[in-house]
Design a binder for this molecule. Structure first.
Ligand SMILES: NC(=O)C1=CN([C@@H]2O[C@H](COP(=O)(O)OP(=O)(O)OC[C@H]3O[C@@H](n4cnc5c(N)ncnc54)[C@H](O)[C@@H]3O)[C@@H](O)[C@H]2O)[C@@H](O)CC1
Ligand SMILES: Nc1ncnc2c1ncn2[C@@H]1O[C@H](COP(=O)(O)OP(=O)(O)O)[C@@H](O)[C@H]1O
Ligand SMILES: [K+]
Length: 494
């Protein structure tokens, strides 16, 4: 699913209106019905509804929603905030249509803002994607009051006061909804940590904007959702054999961090690799053979760390990093790997930290290698970002400059390809914020690369499947009880 900017959404709107054709008012009605369809599946009729409307098209949506809900026997009360001398045509038309059904209350000062009983659900239709400056005056006061109520809150399209395409200042008045029902597309701030509180649980509803326009719309931002992940998957052929699914090499582990190698190995096997060899220090030999008997072991000359690069011939993908440590001998091995590798690599954890300490090695990274930094590791690689958006821009620059794919890990991990396109992940949960889940991800992506997935597909599908495994696992363990081993065990690639 694509993520469009404000200008592109307006173009999609205009194109649909001209090509379908449909009047803007009928399109607004369709959007309001889509919202109501979601709403009635969520909230029962016995909960009264307070709908706060501005005077743009978002307010127009709010008025149409109020009318439709009242026709469905919901008890509604509309509150209007007058903030412009030039209300939109469709706002006016919907105000007319509401007459005879309901009498809105005009808020003219703070004193008019009502105290609401806890049962009331608030629908926020003050401002939408047409926001062109931070909310102030009575709008800001109303937003503040709404935020101070404990009532459930649902934003229409986008929380009032939240910019779609640029950063808000920390002092801006923005509704903090429990839910956002977004029309046709998700919006960029829903995917970034700093604005998560202004999205709540977000849902996208289809309002029938022209599919051909959307298909041709050029945007750097997309989601990896269920449909796109399914499209990326390759079926396993009936007469396939273990040679069909590649041979992965994972270079991982050091004394005290052998578990990282074990986790990556288990995940690699669950993600469908044909053969797996783990390169490990001597101290890890027995541990690995006992805990992952399916994997072959390549043993380093050193007892506690990896220093000697194995022969690379025969491997279809190489992952390096989990639990590796940052010793000089290991750095030399990494440098050798970067110079000799003929296939893209998966580079994680301490391998990334070694690169950050030795930035002159960046030029050696094979093209289309996949780097999987968490925010701190990314900061070490590319320097600090002033904001999440800035970090995303830095990620896009870094990926294009060095010809690599970056998985910027987090709640909505961003897979950034070497052209600067960003694919936000939609699976996973906060239970996964626990040691070792990153090692599992390295194993999954290495397995997919080894099986012949393109690097971008391996990164997108790997990140998606990893989150999906975390979601499946918490059904048994709960969030707090989730361990990285549970994530590895719940991986399912088909
Ligand atoms: N394609 C879509 O997504 C559709 C969108 N619709 C709705 O249309 C909305 C966008 O409508 P508009 O462009 O009218 O935008 P808004 O509803 O956000 O209102 C814009 C108006 O508010 C004023 N304004 C902006 N920021 C302000 C501020 N801080 N303080 C006071 N006034 C401010 C503007 O000058 C303008 O008059 C969407 O959010 C959505 O709810 C639907 O009605 C139909 C289809
Ligand atoms: N709140 C969250 N929601 C979803 N996924 C998360 C969340 N927090 C962390 N994760 C995922 O868990 C993994 C953590 O990786 P990382 O920080 O490298 O852990 P480690 O180094 O301990 O293995 C990443 O894939 C990240 O996307
Ligand atoms: K809104």
């Amino acid at each position: 699913m694509k993520i469009l900017d404000g200008k592109q959404v307006r173009q999609a709107d205009a194109y649909t209106i001209a090509q379908e054709p449909i009047s803007p008012l009928a399109l607004m009605e369709r959007a309001a019905h889509a919202f109501v369809h979601w709403y009635i599946n969520q909230f029962v009729q016995t909960r009264p509804v307070a709908i706060f409307c501005g005077q743009g098209n978002n307010g127009g949506d709010g008025l149409a929603i109020a009318r439709i809900l009242s026709q469905r026997s919901y008890s509604i009360q509309v509150y209007l905030v007058a903030h412009t001398s030039n209300p939109s045509d469709d706002y006016r038309a919907n105000l007319d249509r509401l007459q005879g059904h309901h009498r809105p209350i005009l808020l003219s000062s703070e004193a008019d803002i009502p105290e609401l009983s806890d049962q009331v659900i608030i629908i926020d239709a003050l401002l939408g994607s047409g926001l062109n400056r931070p909310a102030d005056g009575l709008l800001a006061v109303t937003i503040d009051k709404i935020n101070h109520c404990d009532n459930k809150k649902v934003a229409v399209d986008i929380a009032s006061g939240l910019f779609m395409d640029r950063l808000n200042a920390p002092s801006d008045a923005i509704v903090k909804p429990d839910y956002t029902v977004s029309f046709q597309f998700p919006k960029l701030p829903f995917l970034l940590p700093h604005s998560a509180a202004y999205a709540g649980e977000w849902h996208v509803v289809d309002i029938g904007l022209a599919k051909d326009f959307i298909a041709h719309c050029d945007t750097p931002y997309e989601l990896t959702d269920y449909e796109s992940a399914e499209r990326l998957k390759k079926p396993r052929a009936k007469y396939a054999h273990k040679g069909t699914f590649g041979h992965a090499l994972i270079i991982a582990g050091s004394y005290g961090k052998v578990g990282a190698a074990v986790l990556a190995a288990k995940a690699c096997l669950r993600a469908g690799v044909g053969l797996l060899t783990l390169h490990i220090p001597k101290c890890a030999y027995e541990i690995v053979q006992v805990s992952v008997p399916e994997a072959m072991a390549s043993i380093d000359v050193k007892k506690k760390i990896n220093t000697l690069l194995p022969e690379l011939q025969g491997y279809t993908a190489v992952g390096i990093g989990p639990g590796l440590g940052q010793h000089t001998g290991t750095l030399q091995m990494l440098q050798q790997l970067l110079s000799l590798a003929t296939c893209p690599l998966v580079i994680d954890a301490d391998a990334l930290n070694l690169l950050s300490e030795n930035k002159e090695l960046f030029g050696l990274i094979p093209r289309k290698s996949i780097l999987t930094p968490h925010p701190k590791e990314f900061e070490r690689l590319a320097g600090p970002g002033r904001s999440d958006l800035d970090r995303l821009h830095k990620g896009r620059e870094f990926a294009q400059k060095h010809g690599v794919i970056i998985c910027l890990k987090g709640a909505h991990t961003a897979v950034i390809d070497d052209c600067g396109r960003v694919y936000f992940n939609t699976t996973g949960n906060p239970g996964m914020a626990t040691g070792g889940t990153g090692d599992v991800l390295t194993g999954v992506i290495t397995a997919l690369l080894a099986q012949g997935y393109s690097p971008v597909a391996a990164a997108r599908l790997g990140v998606y499947a990893h989150g999906q495994a975390g979601d499946a696992a918490i059904k048994k363990t709960g969030m707090a009880g989730l361990t990285a081993s549970d994530v590895a065990e719940h991986l399912r690639l088909d």
